[in-house]
Design a protein around this ligand. Sequence first.
Ligand SMILES: [Zn+2]
Length: 112
Amino acid sequence: MNKEEKNILVNIINDEIVKLTTKIAELKEFTAPVSPDNSIGRISRMDAINNKSIYDASLRNTQNRLSQLNEILKLKDDDAFGVCMKCHQPIPFERLKLRPEIRLCATCLNKR
Ligand SMILES: [Zn+2]
């Protein structure tokens, strides 16, 4: 990966981190505990609980992705950046642009 490509990726990662941080703050509002004595009624309360589990799952995924992006950002000056963890081949730049947090090339990912 050349310097220019690396700069593009670092920018993408930083943008994603900002977006995910905002998303987490929003999701946290939705995942606030559902009060047992609220007056929204039993059905609405069940809806609220169902929605909460969806938001909880989404929050966990978003938090996972955020920590992966933070991890990858730490590697930006390392030889391991943009390189498959398993076969040590460079991961195609187009692929990294879409999912900068990936650590495996397509071949190794499919072998798992
Ligand atoms: Zn590989």
